[in-house]
Design a protein around this ligand. Structure first.
Ligand SMILES: Cc1cc2nc3c(=O)[nH]c(=O)nc-3n(C[C@H](O)[C@H](O)[C@H](O)COP(=O)(O)O)c2cc1C
Length: 198
């Protein structure tokens, strides 16, 4: 069975699923706007309930006036390494939708749909020779303020996109963690017919 990055798939899958991982060591090089937009193009084609497309992305490219303010919305532990990203992205979702009668209703699948879009972005990033690293460690209220996000939107996560660098460029504590992680076996989360609690 496929083995890549010291990860072994127990069933045959495309190599991209084992190749993708979340490094923290980034080169700090710049990324072109068109190259970055091509990554969001993949997110664009994610599926969503009623094709509502509730995902929203706010990005800042390294070298732009926005980079520092997006970086400052991250928790300090993430800023330590994400400062070397080529682009930072805040992933948001639209939590409500307006019906044809003008009623504002919660969009039940906003987070699920946005998760699909983020992962399309992550896979396209990997295919394009970059890496994407998601972060929940973000000050959501600050991000709402800094980005000027209106109500009925939720900050889901942040993403650092960059070109992978040698682990030696990281502070020592992070260097030790700089390797692709493993997973539970399928038998622990896939059940036939009935749910099985842990
Ligand atoms: C929603 C989400 C939030 C995460 N938050 C953080 C974070 O705040 N800081 C961090 O260093 N990594 C974060 N990660 C990275 C995960 O730790 C990582 O994806 C997980 O350990 C699996 O490893 P892999 O992506 O290398 O396969 C996050 C990942 C996801 C999907």
């Amino acid at each position: 069975m496929t083995e890549i990055n010291h990860r072994k798939a127990d069933h045959p899958i495309h190599a991209i699923f084992l190749e993708r991982w979340s490094p923290r060591a980034f080169t700090g090089e710049e990324i072109g706007k068109e190259e970055l937009l091509a990554l969001f193009e993949a997110a664009r084609w994610a599926p969503s309930a009623s094709n509502i497309q509730p995902w929203r992305f706010v990005y800042a490219r390294r070298g732009s006036e926005y980079f520092a303010s997006l970086l400052e919305t991250l928790d300090e532990g993430n800023q330590r390494w994400a400062k070397n990203a080529s682009a930072l992205v805040i992933v948001l979702s639209k939590t409500h939708r307006v019906t044809s009668t003008g009623e504002v209703r919660p969009a039940y699948t906003h987070a699920f749909d946005t998760g699909a879009a983020w992962f399309a972005l992550a896979l396209q990033t990997q295919l394009a020779g970059w890496h994407a690293h998601a972060m929940a460690g973000i000050d959501r209220d600050k991000a709402m303020r800094v980005l000027g996000v209106p109500e009925h939107h939720r900050v889901e996560a942040a993403v650092a996109i960059g070109r992978i660098a040698d682990p030696s460029t990281l502070p020592e504590d992070l260097r030790e963690r700089e390797k692709p992680s493993q997973r539970k076996p399928i038998s622990e989360f896939v059940f036939e017919g009935r749910f099985r609690a842990d």
